[in-house]
Design a binder for this molecule. Sequence first.
Ligand SMILES: C[S@@+](CC[C@H](N)C(=O)[O-])C[C@H]1O[C@@H](n2cnc3c(N)ncnc32)[C@H](O)[C@@H]1O
Ligand SMILES: Nc1nc2[nH]cc(C(=O)O)c2c(=O)[nH]1
Ligand code: SF4
Ligand SMILES: [Mg+2]
Length: 242
Amino acid sequence: MANSRFPVIEIFGPTIQGEGMVIGQKTMFVRTAGCDYQCSWCDSAFTWNGTGKADIRMLTAEEIEAQLRDIGGDTYSHVTISGGNPALLRQLNELIELLHSLGISVALETQGSIWQDWFLQIDELTLSPKPPSSGMTTDWDQLDLIVVNLAGQKRNFSLKVVVFDETDLQYAADVHERYKQVPFFLQAGNDDVHEQDSALLLNRLIERYKWLVDTVIASSELTNVRVLPQLHAWLWGNKRGK
Ligand SMILES: C[S@@+](CC[C@H](N)C(=O)[O-])C[C@H]1O[C@@H](n2cnc3c(N)ncnc32)[C@H](O)[C@@H]1O
Ligand SMILES: Nc1nc2[nH]cc(C(=O)O)c2c(=O)[nH]1
Ligand code: SF4
Ligand SMILES: [Mg+2]
């Protein structure tokens, strides 16, 4: 009987996947607490900075699935696990296997800092290494290991780098060059994760996305890439649980 408990900070949806390789996919979200990074511009800092502590529930896979069903009823067949860094959770295969047994596909968002064997069970895995503006340092050996393991098993995975400035763009080009065979996504950074005026924020997000699109169009290093915004932030601003 699988009965590990996982630190869950929010379960929400159905919504649409706002980012990356399955953008637009109707999905539920399970957001776990805790992260081994502290990105300067993290739009989910409540998962690791203590401000979301009161919302954390230690749930088993069965309890998570029951809450997904309570909230989403029969309106979903896809679940995205995000965080924080869900790769901190060694037994998460218990949740993945339960969801798979119910015919539900599972996507995952992680920064590529920690490997878990259950990565091989994820249907759509996004690795999002962090550029210099985040203040974080990439562990290239670890990221190499993760990419080699996933590519070696022909898993469905991609790389997604959030870009705020020219230095981040060069980092993105370096990541893409290092892992040329991996589907590559660039994402415009939201540089005001506290703005509550959604109209004001939208103008800013469109402007940042346009800058990134124009810059990538002009780039000779970034050719076989896709450039995306965070669609959920365009629709719902910095609102949590969307
Ligand atoms: C909140 S993180 C959680 C999963 C994992 N820790 C990671 O970073 O991949 C999910 C995604 O949101 C992106 N993200 C976080 N803050 C952002 C921001 N201010 N602007 C754009 N993307 C952001 C991350 O780069 C990552 O791709
Ligand atoms: N709609 C929606 N799409 C997302 N894609 C990645 C997200 C994340 O926080 O990992 C996210 C999120 O928080 N909301
Ligand atoms: S790795 Fe992800 S969750 Fe962790 S601080 Fe960075 S953006 Fe936030
Ligand atoms: Mg998010």
